[in-house]
Design a protein around this ligand. Structure first.
Ligand code: PAF
Length: 253
């Protein structure tokens, strides 16, 4: 696996003969890789001649600086995992390289980024869309893969790609779950052992039919601090805090 740490080095490589005539599958991540990320990579490898992963903890999408400081960083293990999946390229840029303009230029969506997570994390989706636009322009992949756990993120990225005529196909991939139903997420690493035991209750509460207000009450009684339970796009969405960790999930209804 070739690791590229700067934007100019990446652009030079991307223009080289290595990529000529080859299809490219791209998995953008913020690291702390788990089996969910690796399932996206497996698919990228299956469907394309070359696979590219990126790891960049994007400061622009963290509305809370404490969340950015706490975000798990496990680079050495991530590299081992990517190598064991036989990933061809890892793009590992620094914040200064990704934001030469100091984040003056931004991608802003004005409707569907305003509810669900958008209502609780001001500026979050602006940060996500901006960095994904940059990454898609740099990697110029045929396909980019996103997990459905972050369904609103996937939906907005797909919408952005359509609106800006980006040639990369945005591919949704099913949420991977632990044996007890908890959706895999890098943030699960931050749960205390007691919180980890309680966390699958979020997914369990979403499954049966029930009014959002009742589900919220049930979760609060268990010790969660629910942010929203809402139905959109044929899915039921939930976000709730458990201690310092914010968990999200969604199921088809
Ligand atoms: O889902 C994530 O890990 C991030 O939001 C993404 C898409 C890599 C952008 O920073």
């Amino acid at each position: 696996m070739k690791i590229v740490k700067s934007v100019p080095a990446w652009l030079k490589l991307r223009r080289s003969a290595v990529f000529r005539g080859k299809t490219v599958g791209f998995v953008p991540t913020m690291g702390a890789l788990h089996a969910g990320h690796l399932s996206l990579l497996k698919r990228a490898k299956r469907e394309n001649a070359l696979s590219v992963a990126s790891i960049f903890v994007n400061p622009a999408q963290f509305n809370d600086p404490r969340d950015l400081a706490r975000y798990p960083r496990t680079l050495a293990e991530d590299i081992k995992k990517l190598k064991s999946e036989k990933t061809d390229f890892l793009f590992l840029p620094a914040a200064r390289g990704m934001y030469p303009d100091g984040y003056k230029y931004r991608v802003n969506e004005t409707e569907e980024s305003k509810f669900l997570c958008g209502a609780h994390r001001p500026g979050h989706f602006e940060g996500v869309l901006t960095v994904v636009m940059k990454l898609l322009n740099l990697v110029r992949a045929d396909r980019a893969y996103f997990g459905e756990k972050d369904y609103q993120q996937f939906h907005l990225i797909k919408g952005m790609a359509g609106a800006f005529f980006i040639a990369t196909k945005i591919v949704p991939c099913p949420t991977l779950r632990e044996a007890d139903g908890l959706a895999m997420s890098s943030r699960n690493l931050l749960l205390t052992p007691e919180e980890r035991k309680l966390a699958p209750a979020l997914h369990k509460a979403l499954r049966p039919a029930g009014r959002p207000a009742e589900i919220k009450k049930h979760l609060a009684a268990l010790g969660f601090r629910p942010e929203y339970i809402e139905e959109r796009w044929g899915r039921r969405f939930a976000a709730a805090k458990l201690g310092k960790v914010r968990l999200i999930d969604n199921v088809k209804i």
